[in-house]
Design a protein around this ligand. Structure first.
Ligand SMILES: C[C@H](O)[C@H](O)[C@H]1CNC2=NC(N)=NC(=O)C2=N1
Length: 97
């Protein structure tokens, strides 16, 4: 069962993500980060790797790609806010970077 992150779990789960460049979206319970790559091919290769995990976990990013840049927003539509799955996918995105 996916649940919206409680106040107590936000610090430990989100703190390390803020340190690695993630930020809260203004006016939305969602995380945002911009990833930059050397080329379009590098950006798209990374998106392909992330997509496999997103599908495996049934948890999908909102993202857009322009050339070597990927803007990502993570939130859990089913709970209308952040869940542990968003932190998990954010960590995976960082590790695949
Ligand atoms: C039916 C399906 O499992 C759900 O719609 C999944 C799919 N991917 C999802 N992705 C995200 N980011 N949030 C969700 O709530 C979500 N729900």
């Amino acid at each position: 069962m996916t649940e919206r992150l409680s106040e107590e779990t936000r610090g430990p789960l989100l703190g390390p993500l803020f340190d690695s460049g993630w930020a809260m979206v203004d006016g939305r319970d969602a995380l945002w980060k911009q990833f930059k790559f050397k080329s379009f091919v590098d950006a798209f290769a990374w998106m392909t790797k992330v997509a496999i995990w997103a599908e495996k976990w049934d948890h999908h990013p909102e993202w857009s790609n322009v050339y070597n840049r990927v803007d990502v927003v993570l939130t859990t539509h089913d709970v209308n806010g952040l869940s542990a799955l968003d932190a998990k996918l954010a960590r995976k995105m960082d590790s695949l970077r």
